[in-house]
Ligand binder design. Sequence first.
Ligand code: UD1
Length: 420
Amino acid sequence: MDAMIVRGGRVLNGEVEVSGAKNAALPLIFSTLLASGEHVFFNTPRLNDIQSACQLLNLFGCETKHDGHVLRIKVKPLKSLEAHYDVVRKMRASILCLGPLIARYGKAHVSLPGGCAIGTRPIDLHLEGIKALGAEVAMENGYVVASAKKLTGANVLFETTTVGGTENIMMAATLADGITRIENAAKEPEIVDLANYLNKMGAEISGAGTSIITIKGVSSLKAAEHEIIPDRIEAGTLLIAGAITGGTVTVKKSRLDHMPAVIEKMCEAGFSIHAERDAITIEKAATWRGVDITTAPHPAFPTDLQAQFMALMTQAEGTSVITETIFENRFMHVQELVRLGANITPKTRVAVVRGSRGGLEGAPVMATDLRASACLVLAGLAAKGETKVNRIYHLDRGYEHLETKLQRLGADIQRTGNGS
Ligand code: UD1
């Protein structure tokens, strides 16, 4: 299995370009099931999760072609409406095919995703929403079997804010009879990007980006073209890479307005950040303070940057209290950071980090999930000596050539095939 070898202590400086957002691309790819024709997405990142989504579409009978960063999806009459376990277990976001399939074809057979390293991650809210629109839903042999003659618009109030649930219901409602109102909707930039594309296809969606989204059903949609938004989680990771090594790094093609809480917390820690057109620069700082963060739905601090921010806090002056409110098991990186010498006390959903600049020493560590992998690479950049991050395949699900981007900034980082 591939591993990443990081030799820490280099200061990262320079400019780097962020890729398109994985979490925007995935729902967009599944939204194509709503309309025949050729859909074209520019700025599509080349990632394992994108490949898995395309593989699923191919099994349905679509043609996908990913050339450079342009993804073309030709949707023809589907030959299968089944999302098989083998694909869904690799990528949970496959559940996003449920809404489009039931809306356009009146049927869907989608494997339940199963457990996940960061928490149980149920899909009950997706199913309740689909049922509210009039679908019948049953569980058969580990599969969700949904059917409906025609979906009907309804009020869907999510008890918990859910990104995937909001996306699934928004897509399903585009072709329903009448008006759907999603309350307590997720407000992430990826939701707005999806609504923008659906509207280009002919949908009538308003309110995306607020907690109430209204969808007026239409009779059909058509294929369109779209430029995917930049990945705010990758942008945050690259800014932290500059910060943790004491360097000045400019992240090009990124959007400051997509990451308000991250920027606010970096500034509170003592970093100077400025934006010019579509580039964000973090200025070098000799020291920074420990600050507290609590993850919560957008626009609050994203859970997908919690692990990376924790790596930064291990090098801060003072204490940082990190509270995770989205996923119940998202501190798997803590024990790995402790192996590198970090002083962290984890409780169930709170970790207390006592920072000390230069306190980390390289060691072999194990990546447990996508964002934890990035956290360990960042910690390795700040550690003395060599850190070997094993199970780096997690990283390839969501970061496009992270090591190449870090090398260009001056990092000593190499991929090797000898990890465990
Ligand atoms: C998306 C992101 C993921 C991010 C997460 C939270 C994608 C492909 N993935 O995941 O990177 O970490 O948002 O920002 O966009 N929940 C339920 N029942 C449900 C659905 C969710 O209880 O039916 C709970 C989850 O267990 C979790 C919370 O709601 O505790 C939020 O999850 P959700 O926003 O749905 O996350 P995802 O869409 O899976």
